[in-house]
Design a protein around this ligand. Structure first.
Ligand SMILES: Nc1ncnc2c1ncn2[C@@H]1O[C@H](COP(=O)(O)OP(=O)(O)OP(=O)(O)O)[C@@H](O)[C@H]1O
Length: 730
């Protein structure tokens, strides 16, 4: 019941209490009108709340910043500074209500409030009065001075941006003339937290007299709550990966990296390592033991989380250590599992593993629905006399197919898993709800045999001396993404063990850290908390935006193609439908080899489009977000964001299809006027403060208009025909 009463109060912002309960109806501030014989609990609560609110409001009878005054629930907009308020003593009106409130507040808060005699009450200056004053010439329209014998309010509008409006002052605008000691009456003692974290800045100017007039003091009370980032140490102090792709020669890794792998790198024209590789490779390679079952010195190795820009070479950063760790394996078992959100991506990573495993004897299998489940099962497990044997050392899979195999493939055994790599980890966390991770963990972390085990695979437990006494088979999770969430709550879902974070931070911050030469001060610590949830884009990426009206968006794409001569373009839309429509339109206009790429196409067709694009047979691909994440397409020079993405993560991944591996690239976002502000706010999340706008002269569009209009005319007929099943094969 009490909650219901509270609700009533919350619902009515003007402090008018409507309580229509048990057919009693109370309205307004007159709590004394509420009959005493009503249900006690309601009445008590009701009265209590009225008092509380009134006392709160009295507290707010304050000349606040810019003199925004709240009286009786009404916010009086801006009455300008105290110097504009020359109140006379004669304008002082003793307010009965004020007395009544004072009693209530004193009773409740036991803290004195200014005596009414010491206050100046600025009585109602209604709009009507204002009008009358205006009419009678008491108001100077240029300066909005209300001249009155007693009241003289000046609103100087001359200052730019300070709109001034005199509003109705209903009841009581009170302030003392003696010592200007209207203070916030604080009924509640500040809590421990408030004492520590809320700093109050009071800027106060005392009253002074000008002739017979007393000018009230103005003061501002600003409460500033210091929000402290309280993060676990591993998130608070990550390893920093440089955003500029400075390179370390591969030769420096001779001795650490197996010769076979160094040769393979050279075969693939990789002579230098990128920062993410320089950072992660030694860390993981140093954990390799003779028997790859165990971590270094028998300890369980830390899980690793990496957040580095798109195209910075994350795939090799996990592929090389995984392959090298497994090089000496004797029995073929599934020891590395790489999970990716979509099939195309899984296929891409599978190809990288195949390249570097060739000739090593390690077997890599793709479980992503490329072939039927039965075919995948055949390639995964073989039945021998002594039971099922694994045919794969490394499995690259999508979560759906992986779960299918865990549940349906006899002999698919993950109990020897050494690495679980989760690529595009933030996207994969969304799929956690599908429970794939629990299923994998259940398959991996089961006890070997029963009773006491010398080696076991229990879920991660706190690292204590006692827990270290049993040797554990190493099981390490490696998380990679360009937009890895650093939200501890989300990461918690992944059951990480002693995790370590490596992240790229915004340039200015890294410089600040560099300047400190490794010594930390308070400032750098504050900044450190700042990069949580912030993402970086490749240093070689140029970002632009075009502002236009909604109907002009296709014209802007045509402008990029025909006037700016953009080629090797990936153009992102927000849906499969708009991908198709835009594709038809661009195709009808001609002048460029264009294809569409979306989840509506089969895997084989999608692969063909990717290959054609990479070889230059196609100059433009219109796509949905199916291509936004992780896809490493050779040759992308321009990315056009035809529709504004709703999240910064989507933006980062889309624009990250170009400017990969240190190559130059340009991303252009087409925005409707109304979207510009949201776009800029979104980009500020990625630390972007400067926005470059592509200005397009109207006459540049005129030449494109006939072509565009003609295409638009033809479009409905084509779409209609398609709906009737007459789909043209492009
Ligand atoms: N050290 C290197 N030298 C030259 N090229 C490299 C190097 N490492 C990786 N690459 C190339 O850079 C491209 C991008 O690599 P990769 O796909 O691993 O990036 P990524 O960080 O995973 O990007 P995304 O976040 O978009 O998935 C690939 O074509 C890869 O072959």
């Amino acid at each position: 019941m009490a909650e219901f009463v509270n609700l009533c109060f919350q619902l009515n912002p003007r402090n008018e209490i409507y309580l229509d309960l048990f057919s009693f109806r109370f309205k307004g501030d007159d709590i004394d009108e509420i009959p005493e014989d009503q249900p006690n609990i309601i009445l008590q609560k009701l009265k209590e709340n009225v008092r509380k609110r009134k006392s709160e409001k009295l507290n707010k009878l304050i000349v606040k910043d810019g003199l925004a005054i709240e009286v009786n629930g009404k916010v009086l907009k801006k009455v300008k500074r105290k110097k504009d308020l020359d109140h006379t003593q004669e304008s002082h009106v003793k307010s009965k209500k004020h007395k009544k409130y004072k009693e209530i507040v004193e009773k409740e808060s036991k803290s004195p409030i200014p005596d009414v005699d010491d206050t100046i009450n600025l009585k109602t200056i209604s709009k009507k009065k204002k009008k009358k004053l205006k009419e009678s010439g008491h108001v100077d329209s240029s300066k909005s001075v209300i001249k009155n014998k007693n009241v003289n309010i000046t609103n100087d509008k001359s200052k730019k941006g300070e709109s001034v409006e005199l509003c109705e002052v209903d009841d009581h605008f009170s302030a003392t003339n003696e010592d200007c000691s209207i203070k916030e009456v604080n009924n509640d003692e500040p809590s421990e937290y408030e004492r520590e974290n809320v700093s109050k800045t009071v800027i106060k100017e005392g009253p002074h007299t000008v002739g017979n007039f007393t000018v009230l003091g103005d003061y501002k009370v600003k409460k500033q709550v210091k929000v402290k980032h309280i993060l676990p140490d591993w998130l608070e102090e990550p390893g920093i990966i440089s955003n500029s792709l400075t390179q370390t020669p591969v030769e420096q890794f001779v001795g650490l990296l197996d010769e076979t792998l160094i040769n393979k790198l050279q075969e693939n024209n990789i002579t230098h390592f990128f920062p993410v590789q320089t950072q992660i490779l030694p860390l993981l390679l140093n954990q390799i033991t003779d028997n790859n079952c165990y971590g270094k010195d028998g300890y369980q190795p830390s899980d690793i989380c990496v957040s580095a820009p798109t195209g910075s070479g994350k795939t090799l950063a996990f592929a090389l250590p995984v392959i090298q760790t497994l090089l000496n394996r004797v029995v073929c078992r599934v020891r590395a599992l790489i999970v990716l959100p979509v099939r195309d991506l899984a296929l891409q990573v599978y190809k990288v593993f195949q390249t570097y495993c060739k000739g090593t004897g390690l077997r890599v299998i793709l479980l992503a629905g490329q072939t039927s489940l039965a075919e995948e099962q055949e390639s995964l497990v073989i039945e021998r006399l002594n039971g099922c044997c694994s045919l794969a050392d490394i499995v690259v899979a999508t979560p759906g197919r992986l779960v299918d195999h865990i549940n349906k493939t006899a002999g698919f055994d993950l109990s020897h898993l050494r690495f679980l790599v989760i690529d595009e980890a933030d996207r994969m966390m969304e799929d956690i709800k599908q429970d794939w991770l629990t299923q994998v963990e259940n398959s991996v972390l089961k006890l070997h045999g029963s009773g006491w085990n010398l080696v076991d695979r229990r879920p991660p437990i706190p690292l204590t001396v006692h827990n270290c006494s049993t040797i554990r088979i190493a099981f390490q999770k490696l998380l990679f993404s360009a937009t890895l969430s650093q939200d501890p709550e989300k990461l918690q879902q992944l059951n990480l063990f002693q995790p370590q974070l490596f992240t790229t931070i915004l340039e200015s911050k890294s410089k600040a850290t560099e300047n400190l030469n490794g010594t930390e001060n308070t400032e750098s610590q504050e900044e450190r908390g700042d990069f949580v949830g912030k993402y970086t884009t490749p240093a070689s990426l140029q970002e632009r935006h075009i502002e236009c009206q909604a109907f002009q968006k296709p014209l802007m794409v045509l402008h990029c193609i025909h006037n700016l001569n953009y080629r090797q373009i990936l153009c992102f839309t927000n849906s499969v439908e708009s991908t198709h429509r835009l594709f038809l339109l661009i195709k009808l206009c001609g002048g460029i080899k264009v294809r569409e790429f979306s989840s509506a196409l089969t895997g084989t067709v999608r692969q063909k489009i990717l290959n054609d694009f990479a070889s230059g047979d196609i100059n433009m691909t219109i796509c949905s977000d199916a291509m936004a994440r992780g896809m490493d397409i050779n040759n992308v020079e321009y990315v056009i964001l035809y529709d504004r993405p709703s999240h910064i993560q989507t933006y980062i991944h889309r624009v990250g299809r170009t400017a990969r591996a240190g190559k130059p690239g340009t991303a252009v976002t087409i925005l409707e006027q109304r979207e510009v502000c949201t776009y800029k706010t979104m980009l500020k999340e990625a630390g972007k403060e400067r926005f470059k706008k592509l200005k397009i002269k109207p006459n540049k569009l005129i030449s494109l208009k006939p072509m565009y209009d003609e295409a638009l005319e033809k479009l409905p007929a084509i779409i209609k025909a398609e709906k009737q099943g007459k789909k043209e094969d492009y």
